[in-house]
Design a protein around this ligand. Structure first.
Ligand code: AHR
Length: 519
């Protein structure tokens, strides 16, 4: 009876875990990999980041002010700029999040002593002095070489205010707003391309129904424009939370396609919103829970894309996952409204897996933003006074940057299972691409917390002669970089592969990320 029960539960687990394929427990997993001229390019904007006026992301994070002893350029930390440039960060979303729908951009321009203070009602009730505003952010993006992605205020703003912001940042000629910009010291427009039309309109952005928001969107989009509709302004609609497919359906149905550059999606890997668990001191059960939520991204992008396909079969509208990542309890002793958390190997596995999913859906997912960049949620950078550390998530993004703007190589395989407590998940996830120099990269994640897994690829199919590899691994899932030991987790050259009879066999240690480069 017991045996029968366990067979049944195993079968159910296999059935429910993923849309990928059927599963096997073979010695090594054979990957079929085949270049396809018609395959999409992996848009570099999938590697975007997010910087909200939340906790220590902007103030005491990116921005320390130009009087700080920490080396800075116009108040922005030089070490952060250097680290993010190394990541080739393609875009940065600002000023929120929930904060965006409370933000009035005119509060953050002009002489500092004339800027009003406001209260950051969403995040800790702290007083915001508006010392970091539009100029600071857009100039910082120039320093980073990243495209700005501005989230406009629909929840508590007005159409006029939003349209003025576009004119202020983008209009070269003479106009009230461009003259004001010039008075404030900036002659040339910044030409901001990406505009978020509110944020989480179903929640903190105004608790709107999808139908109501669709109407609001149409009205705002009419005035948030490049005036000639040349496509230089890309409007991104506030999208669904996780599996709210009705939201996507309603927007796609009610907003004319030509008004929609992108449709957003937010999904956080949270085990339980009332009991999120600690960021470092977590159990295997919690690890399994986080990874189940993270791997759900496969199903979410598949199903949201299918709805978009109905209304936009030519796939012109981008699916923009502009908030994703792990969300745990805040660090003990830190402000609960500041969402400061550590970042471990769990986050590395989460990031590698999510990016693999995005790559494999590159035909529709063309932009994404990890939440958030510095000192908030699944940050790539943590700071403490003058110190700065790079998290395991940073290292995954650095290892994976080779995929930016490279052509996807479709792959097929049957994943073994990561079995825990009678539940299971696909143990392996993989994606591959070929860059403009002809280099082939395959990124592989082993989600299994205990078992190593092997992957086998035909060298001829891969179309390469020689292989090098890098790995991100550590002894314990909970391992992380700290201010005392900032380089505990770092990518290393990897020799855990062999080429035998024309087959490349890569061993992937438990909870590790490997990127193989083929020439
Ligand atoms: O990233 C933190 C918050 O999560 C954002 O402000 C909001 O959009 C989401 O609910």
């Amino acid at each position: 009876m017991l045996k029968f029960k366990s067979i049944i539960s195993r079968f159910l687990a296999i059935f429910f875990v993923s849309t990928l394929s059927v599963y096997s427990q073979a010695e090594s997993t054979v990957i079929t990999i085949k270049s396809d001229e018609n395959a999409p390019v992996i848009n570099k904007h999938i590697y975007g980041h997010f910087a909200e006026h939340l906790g220590r992301c902007i103030y005491d994070g990116f921005f320390v002010g130009d009087n700080s002893e920490i080396p800075n350029t116009n108040g922005v930390r030089n070490d952060i700029v250097e680290a993010l440039k190394k990541l080739q960060i393609p875009n940065l979303r600002w000023p929120g999040g929930c904060f965006a729908d409370t933000y009035h951009w005119k509060d953050g321009i002009g002489p500092l002593d004339k800027r009003p203070t406001i209260v950051n009602t969403w995040w800790g009730g702290v007083t915001e002095d508006n010392s970091f505003g539009t100029h600071d952010f857009l100039n910082m993006c120039e320093l980073l070489g990243a495209e700005p992605y501005l989230s406009g205020n629909i929840g508590s703003g007005s159409v006029q205010e939003f349209a003025d912001w576009v004119q202020y940042t983008n209009f070269a000629g003479t106009s009230p707003m461009s003259d004001l910009r010039k008075e404030n010291g900036r002659e040339k427009p910044w030409n901001v391309k990406y505009w978020g039309m509110g944020n989480e309109a179903w929640g903190c952005g105004g608790n709107m129904t999808a139908e109501y928001y669709a109407n609001e969107y149409r009205k705002y989009a009419t005035f948030v424009t490049d005036w000639e509709n040349t496509g230089s302004v890309v409007r991104i609609a506030s999208g669904a939370s996780s599996d709210d497919y009705a939201w996507t359906e309603t927007l796609m149905k009610n907003v004319p396609a030509k008004m929609l550059g992108g449709l957003a999606l937010h999904h956080y890997s949270v085990i339980d919103w009332n009991k999120k668990g600690e960021s470092v001191d977590f159990t295997e059960d919690q690890y399994f829970g986080t990874m189940s939520e993270a791997l759900k991204m496969e199903e979410l992008v598949t199903k949201h894309s299918a709805i978009m396909d109905k209304y936009d079969p030519a796939k012109k509208i981008d699916l923009v996952v502009d908030e994703w990542g792990g969300w745990y309890d805040v660090e003990k002793g830190s402000n609960p409204g500041f969402l400061y958390q550590q970042n471990t190997m769990r986050d590395a596995v989460l990031a590698g897996s999510t990016l693999n999913i995005f790559h494999n859906h590159a035909d529709r997912v063309r932009m994404a933003n990890l939440a958030q960049c510095v000192n908030v949620l699944q940050a790539v950078i943590l700071t403490k006074e003058a110190k700065m550390i790079l998290t395991p998530t940073y290292h995954v993004m650095e290892m994976y940057k080779v995929h930016q703007d490279a052509k996807l190589i479709p792959i097929k395989f049957v994943s073994p299972l990561y079995i825990y407590n009678n539940k299971s998940l696909p143990a392996l996830n993989v994606s591959a691409s070929k860059d403009s120099k002809g280099l082939v990269h395959v990124s592989m994640v082993n989600v299994d917390s205990k078992k190593e897994n092997k992957i086998e690829i035909d060298m001829n199919e891969l179309g390469v002669k020689s292989i090098t590899a890098k790995v991100l691994t550590s002894k314990a899932l909970q391992d992380h970089n700290s201010f005392e030991n900032p380089t505990k987790i770092q990518p290393a050259d990897y020799k855990g592969f062999e080429v035998k009879k024309g087959k490349l066999i890569v061993t992937i240690p438990p909870f590790s990320v490997v990127v193989v480069e083929g020439k």
